[in-house]
Design a protein around this ligand. Structure first.
Ligand code: NAD
Ligand code: MG
Length: 390
């Protein structure tokens, strides 16, 4: 039996992870499940999977969670510290699937307890890539990427030397507004931005796909996780979302990873690694699909890609500024304070306001100073939003 924990169990990735675990409950000993506002789902899953503990990030909901768990014997916890404590409980495999920078500290706690970390929370690598990777090295912990592109790259690299890699290409569907006239983007509504043509995901990453901020984050994630030079990372628009990424080798070969748009593949790969096991995902019928299309992303439509390159050029802790500004701009769009296109303006203003050479940004990276920068950058981004909101 493998001891497993799922952080962000009630979300899109979390539920897909539990779906795989629930298909073979005899193989897993569930340690901790965490969630936030969806107490009923959290309690239901924790009881069904006989978890040791269920934790909500919301510190006002402890009594609700206790009531929902009833006499099941599952322990309850609440608050950010309780989430990190649950993540620190010994487990062989932990899924990091909290959304946003809130996933950083729990993911670090999971790494420090020594099991494998399946990493869906890309924000951890964007905010604090060097720190996360160094923590894994220090504790001899393995990180397995769960983002579909990064799982694809990881799989294409099995048995290869990084020295033989010339470039990495990650694909982008183009999201909800791929074919919209540029001048209409300013009118894009929250509802329109929240529906993805190919993937069924949480609302935040779905909007980030429409703005390409998701892909911008994934470029930084590729740089941090695989140690590839930013100049060697390319983004290509591929509307079918079936080729997830390609690795280009110095002999000219491109190894592509092809599969359906179903996160249970990447999750299942990380769950069973180094084995491959049967997974309940669609088998592609290439003749029925007929064709794969590719095109260069238009950076007037998607300025996020340029902002990611500038962030990597600045280095230091600018990734934490980028992520915090992006999360805050997204909050502003969801709250109706700024338009869809103004999200990139807010991020750009925030990045410009932080000088990469300033002490804080160039400081040695620790969890504390990453969180401090995150806090300052959110404040700067809120100011940039208020300036626009009038
Ligand atoms: P989601 O919004 O569906 O779920 C988020 C989870 O995080 C929920 O369990 C929620 O309760 C929890 N959560 C929210 N705020 C929290 C907080 N402050 N503290 C602790 N827990 C909190 O998100 P998702 O789409 O499942 O995405 C999760 C992560 O995986 C994100 O980092 C996302 O970028 C990444 N990812 C998602 C997909 C996908 O298909 N959904 C694909 C690739 C990567
Ligand atoms: Mg992805």
């Amino acid at each position: 039996m493998r001891r497993v924990s799922v952080l962000g169990a009630t979300g899109s990735i979390g539920q897909n992870t539990l779906d795989l675990i629930a298909r073979a409950p005899e193989d897993y000993d569930v340690v901790a499940l965490t969630g936030a506002s969806n107490i009923a789902q959290l309690a239901k899953d924790a009881i069904a999977l006989k978890a040791d503990i269920a934790v909500t990030a919301d510190d006002h909901r402890l009594e609700d969670l206790r009531a929902a768990l009833g006499g099941s014997g599952v322990a309850a916890g609440a608050g950010a510290a309780a989430v990190a404590e649950a993540a620190a409980r010994p487990a062989d495999w932990t899924m990091s699937a909290i959304v946003g920078a809130a996933g950083l500290a729990p993911g670090m706690a999971a790494l420090a307890q020594g099991g494998t970390l399946a990493l869906a929370n890309k924000e951890s690598l964007v905010c604090a890539g060097p720190l996360v990777m160094e923590t894994a090295r220090q504790h001899g912990t393995r990180i397995l990427p769960v983002d579909s592109e990064h799982s694809a790259i990881f799989q294409a690299l099995i048995g290869e030397e990084m020295a033989a890699v010339e470039r990495i290409i990650i694909t982008a569907s183009g999201g909800a507004f791929r074919d919209w006239p540029l001048e209409r983007l300013a009118e894009a509504t929250l509802d329109q931005a929240s529906s993805h043509p190919n993937w069924d995901m949480g609302q935040r990453i779905t909007i980030d796909s429409a703005s390409m901020f998701n892909k911008a984050m994934e470029v930084i994630e590729t740089h941090e996780f695989f140690g590839v030079d930013p100049l060697g990372i390319e983004v290509i628009v591929h509307p079918q979302s079936m080729v997830h990424a390609l690795v280009g080798f110095k002999d000219g070969a491109l190894m592509a990873h092809v599969g359906p748009a179903d996160m249970r593949h990447a999750i299942g790969f990380a769950l069973h690694h180094p084995d491959r096991q049967h997974l309940p995902v669609e088998r592609l019928d290439l003749a029925a699909i007929g064709r794969f299309d590719f095109s260069t992303p238009d950076e007037r439509r998607w300025p996020a890609l340029r902002l990611a390159r500038e962030t990597m050029q600045s280095g230091g802790m600018m990734g934490a500024v980028f992520n915090a500004a992006k999360e805050t701009a997204l909050d502003g769009f969801i709250a109706g304070q700024i338009t869809f296109v103004q999200m990139a303006d807010v991020v750009e203003d925030t990045l410009t306001g932080f000088d990469a050479s300033a002490g804080l940004i160039a400081d040695t990276m620790t969890l504390d100073n990453v969180l401090q920068i995150d806090h300052l950058a959110r404040k700067a981004a809120r100011d940039a939003i208020h300036k626009r909101a009038g």
